[in-house]
Design a protein around this ligand. Structure first.
Ligand SMILES: Cc1ncc(COP(=O)(O)O)c(C=O)c1O
Length: 416
């Protein structure tokens, strides 16, 4: 209860700190132990039966991972959480828990590349159909839901489309059809937006990004709101899990069926590094947001930039939704911009001195990438042309001094 009385920034530092302290440490140790011994056969048996919170084996649980899970569940306003080895492990597990052969899902057509491939290509092998929709078009979302749909899946801010969907309205649509809303909140972070407070049922993250912030750890997260009713006929297959865990039936099923059997547990070193990064989340996000606005304005006013896609512009299609549903003054720290052609994009990247050409985002360092020639390079040409633009650059604005970011971009733009 006490945790709730502190502000988000304070909680990102102090939540669980004292409970997890070891010999007065301010972070949990990295519990580098494959197995945990038990004083009695009875205790191990009871732990296997889920009657104690003790640890058994690292693939199942680990004290360093648990520290991060409890902390992040609280920061995302959820009832429970499980960390995983990568964001994609979280996305896959979150969805597979709900899907059976023949099922359908409704998802934004604008998705992180690997999520897109998972939904449209990999799931096909299991006779699962993803119906892709415009995340801003409520009528289209509702029309895509059929008797076979098991969930709706959206990204808070799409990567790299920069669309901000209306969480509350989409959750109402999903709930009116008896299905949950899953949200990938990676690009917003719980500092900017907490989808569960707006009606989402499950939240996933790549903790590799803002939550860790230093680019030194890979990780994923699934947070369960604990509020979706899994006891309806539509989710009759959740029956045994509802009986065992009640409101946490989903998280329990995800853990029991997918997480431990697919082996998606993170190494505790990654959870430790993520926990270190997490303490500065509030401070970093504030600076990320401010810098993104400055950099977006700079690019927008530069004669060599054709266009800038950033939800912080008043005339952007998602400005109103972002303003209304984000907790703070901010619009994310990722933006895309266009140059006259692909060669100009390459020349800009090659001329930069400080900004790094890296396939990552949400790092404290400013990162740039030309998605068409990198992430989308091995897509079939027609799909590549549909999803990526040869003239587009994606910029993840870091927390450096904004003048240094703009000056480096100016150097690059001079070279095109
Ligand atoms: C929105 C989003 N979701 C999920 C992922 C996957 O995360 P990871 O690379 O940690 O597997 C990414 C990675 O860039 C992402 O941008």
């Amino acid at each position: 209860m006490k945790e709730k009385t502190y502000h988000f920034e304070t909680r990102a530092i102090h939540d669980r700190l004292k409970e997890a302290a070891w010999e007065g440490s301010t972070l949990p140790p990295i519990f580098q132990s494959a197995g945990h011994y038990h004083e009695s056969a009875d205790n191990l048996s009871r732990t296997f039966a889920g009657k104690t919170e003790d640890h058994i084996y690292m693939r199942l649980s680990n004290p360093t991972n648990r520290f991060l899970e409890q902390k992040l569940a609280g920061l995302e306003s959820g009832a429970g959480a499980v960390v995983s080895s990568s964001g994609m492990a979280a996305v896959s597990n979150a969805c597979m828990t709900l899907l059976r052969a023949g099922d359908e899902l409704v998802a934004s057509r604008s998705l992180f590349m690997s999520t897109y491939l998972l939904f449209t290509d990999i799931f096909k092998k299991y006779n699962i159909t993803a119906r892709l929709v415009d995340p801003l078009n409520l009528k289209e979302i509702e029309a895509a839901i059929t008797d076979k749909t098991r969930f709706v899946y959206m990204e808070t801010i799409t990567n790299p489309g920069m669309e901000v969907f209306d969480i509350s309205s989409v959750s109402k649509i999903a709930h009116s059809h008896g299905i949950p809303l899953l949200v990938d909140n990676t690009l917003a972070s719980p500092w900017l937006c907490r989808p569960i407070e707006l009606g989402a049922d499950i939240v996933v993250h790549s903790t590799t990004k803002y939550l860790s912030g230093h680019g030194g750890a890979l990780g994923g997260l699934i947070v369960d709101s604990g509020t979706f009713d899994w006891s309806t006929p539509k989710f009759a297959d959740f029956g045994p899990f509802v009986e065992q865990k009640g409101h946490l039936a989903y998280l329990h099923r995800m853990f029991k069926e997918h997480h431990i059997n697919f082996g998606t547990t993170p190494a505790p070193m990654h959870s430790y590094l993520t926990a270190i990064g997490l303490t500065t989340l509030g401070l970093r996000m504030e600076r990320h947001m401010e810098n993104a606005i400055t950099v977006a304005d700079f690019l927008n006013n530069h004669p060599r930039v054709e266009w800038v896609n950033f939800p912080g512009f008043k005339d952007h299609h998602s400005y109103g939704t972002a303003n209304a549903q984000f907790n703070r003054q901010g619009f994310g720290a990722m933006l895309t911009f266009g140059l006259k052609d692909e060669a100009a994009c390459f020349r800009l990247i090659d001329r930069l001195e400080m900004i790094l050409n890296i396939a990552n985002l949400g790092d404290c360092k400013t990162l740039i990438i030309h998605p068409y020639s990198s992430q989308y390079v091995s897509f079939p040409q027609d799909l590549r042309d549909k999803l990526a633009d040869p003239c587009l650059l994606r910029l993840s604005v870091g927390v450096e001094h904004p003048e240094d970011i703009c000056n480096d971009l100016a150097l690059g733009l001079d070279a095109i």
